[in-house]
Design a binder for this molecule. Structure first.
Ligand code: PCA
Length: 206
């Protein structure tokens, strides 16, 4: 049987951080996990480029499913995102100085898309492995939401057979020296979470 092909993306650091746990975890994934072959891409924290680069990777690699990963400092566990809004509203500039406010991502697009990954199955696979995880109904209005909306919008029109979704991960402990009350998860736990997601998608069907 052909392995299920999964594309994982992570982001470069932003907001003055030295590391982005999303890419730190994604880049540690092996090429094969159970019945899945894994490809990875690092995305810039840039409204004008990140969505297009994710779509370029999908076109080039033709995966069966896309799992984008980003940092959401302050969250307590792995957030499996369910919704992408047609809205950019940045409270701080991205890494290229762009700060859209109250701007639609696609002016004639639907208000929102729902992620097409099995979000509830992913949350239960993670919590069964004692990894804190929950469904989130807002991926925010920054670059992560922009990427999820752009990817779902592109797939909806061109490749509705390809599933896509988004995981937000908390800070790493080493990011919390200056914010001691922020929740954090160790990198090994994040990598294990992504491996569980890959296995659940590959072996449990999508
Ligand atoms: N988190 C940001 C953008 C990049 C990242 O890792 C977000 O939640 O939009």
């Amino acid at each position: 049987m052909r392995p299920v092909s999964l594309l994982f993306t992570g982001f470069e650091p932003f907001g003055g951080e030295a590391v982005n746990p999303s890419w730190a975890a994604v880049e540690r994934l092996p090429e094969r996990i159970g019945g899945a072959s894994i490809r990875t891409r690092r995305l810039p924290v840039a409204f004008e480029r990140a969505g297009a680069l994710a779509i370029e990777a999908i076109e080039a690699l033709s995966p069966d499913a896309v799992v984008c990963v980003g940092q959401a400092g302050g969250r307590t566990g792995i957030s499996v995102e369910r919704v992408a809004l047609n809205l950019d509203d940045a409270s701080a500039p991205d890494n290229e100085g762009c700060r859209p406010v109250d701007a639609p991502i696609r002016p004639d697009g639907p208000c929102a898309y729902l992620a097409t990954l099995p979000v509830k199955r992913l949350v239960s696979a993670l919590t069964q492995a004692d990894i804190p995880a929950h469904i989130s109904n807002s991926a925010g209005t920054y670059v992560c939401n922009h990427v999820l909306y752009s990817v779902l919008d592109w797939l909806y029109a061109r490749r509705p057979d390809v599933r896509a979704g988004f995981l937000h991960v908390p800070y790493l402990p080493e990011q919390c020296g200056d914010k001691p009350s922020a929740p954090a998860l160790p990198l090994e736990t994040m990598v294990r979470a992504l491996e569980i997601v890959a296995r659940t998608l590959a072996d449990g069907g999508m």
